[in-house]
Design a protein around this ligand. Sequence first.
Ligand SMILES: *[C@@H]1O[C@H](CO)[C@@H](O)[C@H](O)[C@H]1NC(C)=O
Ligand SMILES: *[C@@H]1O[C@H](CO)[C@@H](O)[C@H](O)[C@H]1NC(C)=O
Ligand SMILES: *[C@@H]1O[C@H](CO)[C@@H](O)[C@H](O)[C@H]1NC(C)=O
Ligand SMILES: *[C@@H]1O[C@H](CO)[C@@H](O)[C@H](O)[C@H]1NC(C)=O
Ligand SMILES: *[C@@H]1O[C@H](CO)[C@@H](O)[C@H](O)[C@H]1NC(C)=O
Ligand SMILES: *[C@@H]1O[C@H](CO)[C@@H](O)[C@H](O)[C@H]1NC(C)=O
Ligand SMILES: *[C@@H]1O[C@H](CO)[C@@H](O)[C@H](O)[C@H]1NC(C)=O
Ligand SMILES: *[C@@H]1O[C@H](CO)[C@@H](O)[C@H](O)[C@H]1NC(C)=O
Ligand SMILES: *[C@@H]1O[C@H](CO)[C@@H](O)[C@H](O)[C@H]1NC(C)=O
Ligand SMILES: *[C@@H]1O[C@H](CO)[C@@H](O)[C@H](O)[C@H]1NC(C)=O
Length: 571
Amino acid sequence: MALLLGLLLVLLLGPWTELELPRAGGRGEGGELGARTALRTAALLAENPDGSPVFIAFRSSTKKSVQYDDVPEYKDRLSLSENYTLSISNARISDEKRFVCMLVTEDNVFEAPTVVKVFKQPSKPEIVSKAPFLETEQLKQLGDCVSKDSYPYSNITWYKNGRLLQHLEGVVNISFTKHMDPVTQLYTMTSSLEYKATKADIQMPFTCSVTYYGPSGQNTLYSEQAVFDIYYPTEQVTIQVLPPKSAIKEGDNITLRCLGNGNPPPEEFLFYLPGQTEGIRSSNAYTLTDVRRNATGDYKCSLVDKKSMNASTAITVHYLDLSLNPSGEVTKQIGDALPVSCTISASRNATVVWMKDNIRLRSSPSFSSLRYQDAGNYVCETALQEVEGLKKRQSLTLIVEGKPQIKMTKKTDPSGLSKTITCHVEGFPKPAIQWTITGSGSVINQTEESPYVNGRYSSKIIISPEENVTLTCTAENQLEKTVNSLNVSAISIPEHDETDEISDENREKVNDQAKLIVGIVVGLLLAALVAGVVYWLYMKKSKSASKHVNKDLGNLEENKKLEENNHKAEP
Ligand SMILES: *[C@@H]1O[C@H](CO)[C@@H](O)[C@H](O)[C@H]1NC(C)=O
Ligand SMILES: *[C@@H]1O[C@H](CO)[C@@H](O)[C@H](O)[C@H]1NC(C)=O
Ligand SMILES: *[C@@H]1O[C@H](CO)[C@@H](O)[C@H](O)[C@H]1NC(C)=O
Ligand SMILES: *[C@@H]1O[C@H](CO)[C@@H](O)[C@H](O)[C@H]1NC(C)=O
Ligand SMILES: *[C@@H]1O[C@H](CO)[C@@H](O)[C@H](O)[C@H]1NC(C)=O
Ligand SMILES: *[C@@H]1O[C@H](CO)[C@@H](O)[C@H](O)[C@H]1NC(C)=O
Ligand SMILES: *[C@@H]1O[C@H](CO)[C@@H](O)[C@H](O)[C@H]1NC(C)=O
Ligand SMILES: *[C@@H]1O[C@H](CO)[C@@H](O)[C@H](O)[C@H]1NC(C)=O
Ligand SMILES: *[C@@H]1O[C@H](CO)[C@@H](O)[C@H](O)[C@H]1NC(C)=O
Ligand SMILES: *[C@@H]1O[C@H](CO)[C@@H](O)[C@H](O)[C@H]1NC(C)=O
């Protein structure tokens, strides 16, 4: 009867373990033996692998002594107790053999064999020679699962994510080897796993286990998990543009960034500029500096080794040109025509905004006949809403020059004690006004100047002449000096009030014009007569106009009307 002894044999390093061999004749022979104790001698034999027995111990019931044979293998390891229990200490694999207990009595020899089994639990399996990474579509060595010092040898099993891995042609290749140490006779088992990974194996834990026999049957020990980096090829290439595509403008630096979704991601790409078939090899970022509008187009990048794996993007480099003509400082004469143009050329619709002295204009300026109030700082400005920072502006500083023009008016104070003479002057640069008085008379030395607005202003003088005087107003600027005078009668002399005297210069012009009109309308014969009539009519009209003006001296509206009348009077 073979008895399995559930003892582990730990060699060299392990704790001392005793291998226990129970009394032979377990089937009740012991009782029989016990009855004839005096007669017996027990002998213990161990069988060599070839089957030949070797006596290792004797115990005689009479002598009550134990004799151990001189077997080197068992030297100092045996102990046969009084109850015939043989203990073998410091067990070895070589102790796995058949032992026989012989009981020798006077008339018989009893024999009972037992087979001693020895077990050694293997070490916890370990995955070694781990692949740094696995690759999809490639059967690659994943690693070796090693478990050491097993007796008898054990089996190794591989698992992926807890599920058994079995041999599968071209996908899973497991090869098992075992090696016995000739000295200790213990086995080291190695299982090599070749594995063809897929993307589904990302983050999957691999483990292996060793299944060994122990005294109580099969047991299993598991390794730690191993996770592998799975390499897989790029299946898609994407291209990114910085700054965001909608906001690219001339002068920007554009960075094209190419990405591949493989693992590891590709580090190099070929970049194709618009219209080019040859790619430029570069890292995953390609920068174009200070782009111009001609950089607009389709950009592409591809993998270096697989040009069909590509991505492209269309880039528009926005631009905005503005040209103001004329621009800068422009000096013009009053009445001149000045066409102004502000033209834009842009990658998108852009609107133009006009400003004059920081006030927005409703429409673009254009001058058929310049007025003083047209002078100012004009700005033509444009922007592309879609593109941040794309703005252009140009300015025009318009200066309207004009020779001084004088117009004099007089008004008698209701009390009749003083007269107010006003000299209206128009011109740019601002003419200086100078008054001179001929003749005597008490002059209330009081001059008042109105503000200089839109090229015109006036100077007022209040006098109380005791005799007829002539007042002369001189206006002078860089362009010309203009003189105008007015006869003012003494305050004692009644006079048509609020007369607006028109300067000699103007009167001559009016006469010329009148003659011309008369010549056309009536003919040469009636010229003198009709001229008189027309002149009289004109004077009447002029007086009524002056009344109006004089009531509201200083009022800009009225001044403007006055101004217009003057212009009409000019040739
Ligand atoms: C026999 O003796 C040994 C040691 O003296 C003891 O451990 C063991 O229990 C005994 N066995 C029996 C069956 O009495
Ligand atoms: C499986 O592995 C063994 C040992 O490494 C090798 O000899 C054999 O060729 C492999 N089989 C395949 C299909 O790769
Ligand atoms: C190892 O595998 C073999 C064959 O499949 C089997 O006969 C044996 O019992 C296994 N050993 C262990 C310890 O599982
Ligand atoms: C573009 O890059 C250059 C250097 O390569 C740098 O000097 C310049 O300032 C950059 N321009 C912009 C608009 O960022
Ligand atoms: C774009 O035009 C500039 C000159 O304006 C030239 O220097 C540059 O080479 C052109 N670039 C391309 C890509 O045609
Ligand atoms: C990549 O380029 C090839 C030709 O070189 C073309 O046929 C294919 O459509 C391109 N693929 C993509 C995604 O642009
Ligand atoms: C640009 O202007 C054209 C003509 O005025 C018009 O047809 C087009 O819709 C405009 N485009 C945009 C983006 O406003
Ligand atoms: C007006 O007064 C100034 C000083 O206030 C004087 O210099 C000037 O001569 C006076 N003019 C007349 C005409 O009296
Ligand atoms: C003013 O009076 C003088 C003489 O009294 C005369 O010569 C001159 O023509 C008059 N001027 C005007 C504008 O009436
Ligand atoms: C002053 O002028 C008035 C008319 O305006 C005239 O009647 C008078 O004779 C003049 N007096 C002198 C002294 O010239």
